[in-house]
Design a protein around this ligand. Structure first.
Ligand SMILES: [Zn+2]
Ligand SMILES: [Zn+2]
Length: 487
């Protein structure tokens, strides 16, 4: 069942074939997992529309002319004192005009655009990146900027009539032609077609013709211009932005329609996301992509709090393969998969790295391999142990042959197990004990999934033990350890 947000979008765009959905960000740092919801809700809406036959464009708009601030810089360089000292004076300059602090991309903005896109790609979310600094550079905003600067009074009076509670400090943020900052600058006056720009940072003054003025529109006007230009149809917004009296959405919608010939945008209202500090930056690396994605998109309009409890519950419910939750996988299958990393496909490897991160971050445990312990084997009757050995040998043989689907494997296994007659239960209990799977997934399932190498090793250990029991019936107390050492 799709949530009302998605079915609402389906109904809204029923007669529209091409749909463009945008979401916005400032790529000054990566941040924790909270803002993922906005991008994923946009993407899930696009997916729903595509499934219904629409052609959908998804844009991720980076406000790359936004100035870097101190708080963002601290997060971006992870409080590295050397980098802080080197980059501190960058604050106030647009992120697109700053170098990459890590020296691997063309700019500060581009570094974090790549990091964010990498994170989204892993979640099967592939928006087209739009960097606003490039749009301004290429002159795409020129008509909108001219309009706002030339009809400034008209824009202000429209805003004060329609939104008496909204008093924009600036309609346009000019960039200082001398030092490059976009804060501490303003247009002081317009006289004889010249824009007089003052920069308090470097205490300079400039008289510029309209076409020489560089900078960006205030965010609501920028949004309005972008909606009109790209013919945006829908964009996700949280409650705070949708407040009708002076919220960003209402103001930007009115400006877009009144001045830029834009049309109504459908707001995709998503619930707020809070995140506990002890889950920050750990959630994305610890959950499989599908689990993380459904956490954010399944109930898009509900408020949520990312807590350890929520993550543990998610792991205990999310199935990584039929009948096996992520939590079961971590406890039961992952240790065995680690034995044969070269045999894993890329998806299995991803699952392994999520599982290891999950154990480390949320279970406070390292992943360990279950090997049969001495107590497990020596407490058991040789008759039951040899039945277990027989069962494992049959499974190894089946698994070495032509690959069969799970249900056929299960049927064959049933025949073997039926052969144990009244000892059936004891044999299965013993097998579970040996492989450390006292509870949880069915025997047939783990015998189907455990790496063959591991099963062969069990077979070998049981062979050694049983051979020694037959050879030296009296020497049972420490023989198993010796055999392992010898093996
Ligand atoms: Zn870089
Ligand atoms: Zn300056």
């Amino acid at each position: 069942m799709k949530a009302p947000l998605y079915t609402g979008a389906l109904a809204h765009f029923e007669k529209q074939t091409l749909v463009t959905i945008a979401s916005g960000v400032t790529c000054a740092y990566l941040g924790d997992e909270r803002n993922l919801r906005e991008f994923l809700v946009a993407d899930e809406t696009a997916k729903t529309l595509r499934e219904a036959g629409h052609t959908v464009f998804t844009l991720l708009v980076d406000d790359s002319l936004d100035p870097l601030n101190y708080r963002q810089l601290r997060v971006a360089v992870n409080k590295d004192p050397r980098l802080m000292e080197r980059c501190e004076h960058w604050c106030g300059t647009p992120i697109a005009h700053l170098p990459d602090p890590f020296e691997c991309h063309a700019s500060f903005a581009e570094h974090y655009e790549h990091v964010l896109l990498d994170r989204l790609h892993r979640l099967d979310c592939h928006p087209t990146l739009v960097s606003t600094s490039k749009l301004y550079e290429r002159g795409l905003y020129d008509p909108y900027v001219s309009l706002v600067l030339e009809r400034r009074e008209e824009v202000l009076s429209f805003l004060s009539d329609r939104f008496p509670n909204y008093h924009p400090e600036k309609l346009f943020h000019p960039i200082c032609p001398q030092c490059g900052v976009i804060v501490d600058t303003h247009i002081e006056r317009v006289a004889a077609g010249a824009y007089h720009i003052t920069c308090e940072r470097c205490e300079s003054h400039h008289d510029l013709a309209l076409e020489q003025v560089k900078g960006k529109l205030n965010w609501k006007l920028d949004c309005a211009a972008r909606w009109a230009h790209f013919r945006i149809d829908a964009e996700p917004f949280s409650k705070a932005y949708l407040e009708p009296i002076a919220g960003s959405f209402a103001v930007a919608s009115a400006l877009s329609k009144e001045f830029f010939g834009g049309k109504q945008v459908l707001p995709l209202h998503f619930g707020s996301v809070q995140q506990d500090r002890d889950t920050s930056y750990l959630t994305a690396e610890s959950l499989p992509a599908g689990a993380l994605r459904s956490l954010f998109v399944d109930k898009p309009s509900s408020d949520m709090r990312i807590s350890r409890d929520l993550i543990l519950t998610t792991a205990s419910r999310y199935e990584v393969m039929p009948g096996m939750t992520f939590q079961d996988f971590i406890k039961q299958l992952l240790p065995m998969w680690l034995l044969t990393p070269e045999a894993l496909d890329p998806m299995q490897r991803d699952l392994v790295s999520r599982g290891m991160a999950f154990s480390r971050n949320f279970l406070d445990a390292e992943v360990k391999l279950h090997l049969p312990t001495r107590e497990r084997i020596e407490g058991e009757s040789p008759f039951i142990l040899s039945s277990v050995r027989h069962l494992i040998a049959e499974v190894v043989e089946m698994r070495l042959g032509e690959p069969v689907p799970y249900d056929a494997f299960q049927r064959n296994l049933k025949t073997v197990v039926a052969g144990f007659e009244q000892n059936k239960k004891a044999v299965l209990v013993c097998l579970r004990a040996i492989v450390g799977q006292d509870h949880g997934i069915p025997v047939s399932k783990f015998l189907f999934a455990l790496p063959l190498d591991y099963l062969q090793m069990l077979q070998y250990i049981l062979d050694l033990h049983l051979d020694s029991v037959h050879a030296l019936p009296m020497a049972s107390s420490s023989s198993f350890e010796n055999q392992l050492a010898a093996a």
